[in-house]
Design a binder for this molecule. Structure first.
Ligand code: PBG
Length: 332
């Protein structure tokens, strides 16, 4: 159909010129995802040749050390630089003793991964909730988590990960003063080179639900509101980040990601430090569930989500989609 010349607008600015072809679009693209901004979380359990599906996180499994090493090496081959390890101990007690076990699943996995892939960045989650019988992140007095006693124990857990060869320890407990205590414990034992990724602004979120199935870490009573942040606050997030940096954090994290994009932006702009965002289990599960129903195009939704997190200011994205996204990027 012929378009009438008379109907043409006299526009000087036509933004659509820059959207005409993929080459032009990529020329003016502002945000680029690269596989090297991804960290891939892994759940490590006891035993051998174990691959146990996690119902609420399709594509994610609990893995014994031997299998976790295979997946870490495969992730590296996909171009993902690093992994974040969570542990499922063979048994639990009230104080989470096994979290610092030198032969625990995480410590063993760290040793084997560094042997199999020396340049793989191995990060370890430091928290007690997977190791305590009550599922809380620390040592209890009645129903209250005792801060300083918990911090002392977390420092020992972090140290056990450093001894095993971890590049970074990542405290996710949200106790006060844990970054300083961990830094001191590491330095006293000669682990100055081991870094700290602090879950600095970690919110008390409904989006951790599937993770608690994966890590078997649901609190047996109550919730995590006494230490994780109120979703309504952002000034407080900046204070948390400032404190963790002052205590020696090398990388600061905002978690979850999608419902806190504004927090990521504020943290990055204010401190200009390496900033990570955790695209958490519930955020992953939502996309998986919608995709399984045929309601969204999963690869597109995945890339759009990860791009948004990066656009908000994240340098590093911790995501269960790390390998899938790296593969999409490699195929472009
Ligand atoms: C441990 C921890 C949690 C997550 C990371 N570390 C769960 C929690 O705080 O309850 C959540 C990760 C995810 O949902 O993917 N404290």
């Amino acid at each position: 159909m012929a378009v009438k010349t008379a109907s043409r607008l006299a526009l000087v600015r036509r933004p659509r010129r820059l959207r005409r072809t993929e080459t032009i679009r990529s020329l003016v693209r502002e945000t680029h995802l690269r596989p090297d901004c991804f960290i891939y979380p892994l759940f490590v359990c006891d035993g051998r040749s174990v691959r146990r599906d996690i119902r609420s996180m399709p594509g994610v499994q609990q893995l014994s050390v031997d299998e976790a090493v295979k997946d870490a090496v495969a992730a590296r081959e996909d171009g993902v630089p690093g992994v974040l390890l969570f542990g499922l101990p063979p048994s639990k007690d009230t104080t989470g003793t096994l979290a610092a076990d030198p032969e625990g699943p995480v410590q063993s996995a760290v040793r084997e991964m560094k042997r199999a892939a020396p340049d793989l960045v191995v990060m370890t989650d430091v928290c007690l909730c997977e190791y305590t019988s009550h599922g809380h992140c620390g040592i209890l007095d009645g129903e209250e988590i005792v801060n300083d006693m918990t911090v002392a124990q977390l420092a020992q857990v972090a140290l056990s990960h450093a001894v095993a060869g971890a590049d970074f320890v990542a405290p996710s407990d949200m106790m006060d003063g844990r970054v300083a205590a961990i830094r001191q414990a590491l330095d006293e034992r000669g682990f100055e080179r081991v870094g700290i990724v602090s879950y600095a602004a970690k919110y008390c979120s409904a989006f951790y639900g599937p993770f608690r199935e994966a890590a078997d870490s649901a609190p047996q009573f109550g919730d995590r509101r006494s230490h994780q942040m109120d979703p309504a606050n952002v000034d407080e997030a900046l204070r948390e980040v400032e404190m963790d940096l002052a205590e020696g954090a090398d990388i600061v994290m905002v978690k979850p990601a999608l419902t806190y994009l504004d927090v990521i932006t504020r943290v990055k702009q204010r401190f200009q430090q390496p900033t990570a965002a955790y695209h958490v289990s519930g955020e992953y599960a939502m996309l998986k569930a919608a995709a399984a129903n045929g309601w969204i195009d999963e690869p597109r939704a995945m890339m759009e989500t990860l791009t948004a997190i990066r656009r908000a200011g994240a340098d590093i994205i911790i995501t269960y989609y790390a390998r899938a996204a790296a593969r999409v990027l490699a195929s472009r």
